[in-house]
Design a protein around this ligand. Structure first.
Ligand SMILES: [Zn+2]
Length: 775
């Protein structure tokens, strides 16, 4: 059905104001600028999102000597810290992070955790409640000036205040030493966490992943002063850049992988290993195995009594981590980056094979190539992936997941899980290791950006890569969930209920939507690279990201940040109705004929249908031959006036206007309702009766004057058969059933069971990917 409307070539537009109506305002909110929701720009951070002309950041250099005791799984260290006060402020104290204290007997972590008793409790849950003292946490033995005088310190859980002997003036540096030790914990136990050890019962060996292992300087910044949120396990780290010289003493038969470049390979590697290492430096396609599985398995059987010291240097890193075990197999290959070669490497026990030998180092190399193309050349000399049954990132080195079953078989879920984790953790070198945001405050700034980059790297690894996060439609179930369980992305790590969706998936999806739908790849990629390069080796805040992406693309995105990052509304846009109109270009004769037809149709009703025959019969019987209808007036006759006015109208039209009048265009008036609240562009697919289709893209700003309901007219030469809103599923619309005209519906399946009524399906965690195993 279509309706006809009149062509008002020279008509007047009138509007009638309505008086006395009180309605809730439906506009001027979602598209308002963020204004005071953002920090004010200043000389340190500009309104364009770049570092300002007086930007500064602190620096902390470290010399560390550390010794691992494999007999009682403990570690002791001595460090000299040189702290450069590049701020314009005078400091009377320094804050140091003691993250190991998160596992101490008096830790706040278990106190802050809620708990309850369930019908069935795991040992792990119970141990978490009991939390007995395991003698974990730092033992700080001394904090001294270079002259050897004790410096007064105050330990406040995971923070330690160092009271300076005299105020540290702007531009000056302060040197001091710290002597410390702690017991390394079993990270596979209920305590968990990323650093610690794993014990392998079968061969009696330990694999150590040493992170958060030395007292680290807290960040002092222009936007927060001293970062003062203690570490309680989730919100990760805020760290200062610096140069490191680290001497690591371990049992002589251990292999050490570390942040930085090994300074004394001749002292710690065999000559065979040195030869293989040289070969690896020239191997750009395939990793070279430097310590083989057979060699590692031989080492597993003995226990060296003597020790070796491995020396590593690292420049411009915000942290330093290492791993040590006699179980390690080691392979490496080279990757070209700008004018330099980066060594991509992996360390893994035999438990990681055959997966690790096949994939790990190649994934490291792939990640560097993929990420660098979108940000900056990888600036560090090495990138290392360590098999540690988890996933955690540090500069140049990360600990990853992905272990086949004991018989060497593995499922696709394990394989892709491993590749994804390696991409993700190696990817963290870019965010937050180099683009050094404050993880304690803003998890999404590194996790969200990194997950977005991870999605692109995954898709470049394999055409049909089963990416878990990134595509818009995958975030819809989270955004459709109970509003009382949701928070804006701009929420501190510790206050988030569903951490994965909030800090990883939603920001990653939002960036993907910006790239594919709102800004387009060309504008987005330029602006994202600009952000990465502006804040490389610096400390950005959310404002710097928001502002740079707008400043470098020329696209106002305040509405997008407001909706996606500061709000919890989901996207649900409904295509409410469609009207079909055609221009009225009929002559008076055609028009009257149509009117007559319409009149006849309207004047046909049931009584008349029954009556007609009877009435005619009665009249004819009463007065045969004279039946001439009483009413001879025919309103459907064309009058001379009709003809004249039509002629006049046509005479006043230009040829262009006549063409338009006779174009035969179809006008479709679409009405949209914003059910979800989050404003988004309208992506409309028109499917025509001739089998072709066309997509119109309308910017989100169509919602400016009415944020809840809009109509828009589309002129189409062809006739439309059906319309689909968001046909490529790119807006994260949580209810797609109202995206169709005419409405359409698809069947859901339900299962039939026979017997006692057990529950099957999703709730049992049935994962079809787990079933297909391969070697
Ligand atoms: Zn991460």
């Amino acid at each position: 059905m279509y309706r006809v409307f009149t062509f008002l070539a020279f008509g007047l537009m009138c509007s009638f104001a309505s008086f006395g109506q009180k309605a809730e305002r439906n506009h001027a909110e979602k598209f308002e600028q963020l204004g005071q929701m953002l920090r004010s720009p200043n000389v340190y951070r500009t309104a364009s999102g770049a570092p300002g002309h007086m930007y500064w950041q602190q620096k902390a250099d470290h010399e560390i000597e550390v010794e691992l005791n494999d007999d009682n799984q403990s570690i002791k260290g001595w460090q000299k810290v040189t702290y450069f006060n590049n701020s314009p402020d005078q400091l009377t104290y320094l804050w140091i992070q003691l993250d190991q204290n998160e596992r101490a007997a008096d830790s706040n972590t278990p106190k802050m955790a809620t708990s309850s008793i369930n019908q069935r409790m795991s040992m792990r849950q119970l141990e978490g409640i009991v939390w007995h003292d395991q003698d974990l946490g730092y033992k700080i033995h001394t904090v001294k000036t270079m002259a050897g005088d004790d410096i007064p310190v105050t330990v406040n859980n995971t923070m330690m205040r160092v009271d300076l002997p005299e105020p540290l003036k702007a531009g000056e540096k302060f040197e001091f030493t710290v002597d410390w030790s702690f017991n390394i914990h079993d990270r596979m136990s209920f305590i968990g966490g990323r650093p610690g050890y794993e014990y392998f019962e079968k061969d009696g060996n330990y694999l150590y992943t040493m992170a958060e292992w030395f007292p680290r300087m807290a960040v002092y910044s222009d936007f927060e002063g001293w970062q003062n949120k203690e570490f309680v396990g989730r919100g990760e780290f805020a760290l200062t850049f610096g140069d490191y010289k680290v001497k690591i003493t371990v049992p002589a038969d251990h292999m050490v992988g570390s942040t930085g470049v090994l300074q004394n390979p001749d002292e710690v590697l065999s000559s065979v290993e040195m030869d293989r290492w040289e070969k690896a430096k020239k191997s750009y396609d395939e990793p070279v195995i430097i310590r083989t599985q057979a060699e590692a398995e031989r080492l597993e059987k003995g226990k060296a009594k003597d020790k070796k010291t491995w020396i590593f240097h690292a420049e411009n890193v915000r942290d330093f981590a290492w791993t040590s075990s006699r179980k390690f197999i080691w392979d490496a290959m080279a990757v070209k980056q700008g004018g330099n070669d980066v060594m991509a490497m992996s360390y893994y026990g035999k438990e990681g094979n055959p997966l690790w030998e096949q994939y790990s180092t190649k994934v490291v190399a792939h990640t560097i190539k993929s990420y660098s193309a979108k940000t900056f050349d990888y600036p560090y000399p090495v990138a290392i992936s360590v098999e540690a049954s988890n996933g955690m990132e540090y500069p140049m080195i990360c600990f990853n997941y992905g272990r086949p079953d004991e018989d060497g078989t593995y499922s696709d879920a394990v394989k892709y899980g491993m590749i994804s984790v390696i991409i993700h953790e190696v990817g963290h070198n870019y965010f937050p290791m180099i683009v050094n945001s404050d993880e304690r405050q803003w998890s999404w700034m590194d996790e969200g950006l990194n997950t977005f980059m991870q999605f692109m790297a995954e898709q470049e690894w394999d055409r049909d890569y089963p990416s878990r996060r990134g595509p818009a439609h995958k975030i819809a179930p989270y955004m459709a969930s109970d509003q009382s369980l949701l928070e804006p992305i701009m929420t501190n790590s510790e206050n988030i209920i569903q951490f994965g969706p909030n800090a990883y998936a939603k920001p990653a999806t939002a960036l993907n939507i910006l790239r594919e739908t709102v800004m387009g790849r060309e504008l987005f990629d330029y602006a994202f690279k600009e952000y990465s390069q502006r804040w490389m080796f610096k400390h950005p805040t959310p404002e710097d990201l928001f502002r740079t992406l707008e400043d470098a693309s020329g696209v106002d995105l305040d509405w997008f940040w407001r909706g996606w990052f500061f709000g919890t509304d989901p996207v649900d846009i409904s295509l409410e109705s469609v009207g079909w109109f055609k221009l009225d270009n009929r002559s008076p004769a055609e028009k009257k004929a149509d009117e007559k037809k319409a009149f006849d149709r309207e004047e046909t009703y049931i009584s008349k249908t029954y009556n007609t025959k009877d009435v005619e019969q009665t009249v004819l019987e009463a007065d045969p031959g004279t039946r001439d209808f009483y009413n001879s007036y025919n309103p459907f006759t064309v009058t001379p006036e009709d003809e004249k006015s039509y002629k006049d109208f046509m005479a006043r039209l230009s040829q262009q206007e006549k063409d338009l009048l006779n174009s035969g265009l179809n006008f479709y008036e679409l009405k949209f309702k914003n059910v979800g609240g989050l404003v988004m562009p309208l992506i409309i697919q028109f499917n025509y009766t001739d089998g072709t289709s066309e997509v119109d893209r309308i910017p989100a700003q169509i919602w400016r004057l009415n944020e809840t309901e809009v109509t828009k007219v589309f002129a189409k030469k062809k006739e439309v058969k059906s319309i689909v809103l968001d046909p490529f599923r790119e807006t994260a619309d949580i209810d797609e059933s109202n995206n169709y005209w005419p409405r359409t519906f698809t069947p859901s399946r339900f299962e039939l069971f026979k017997g006692a009524g057990g529950v099957r399906g999703a709730s049992t965690g049935d994962n079809p990917m787990k079933k297909a195993k391969r070697k």
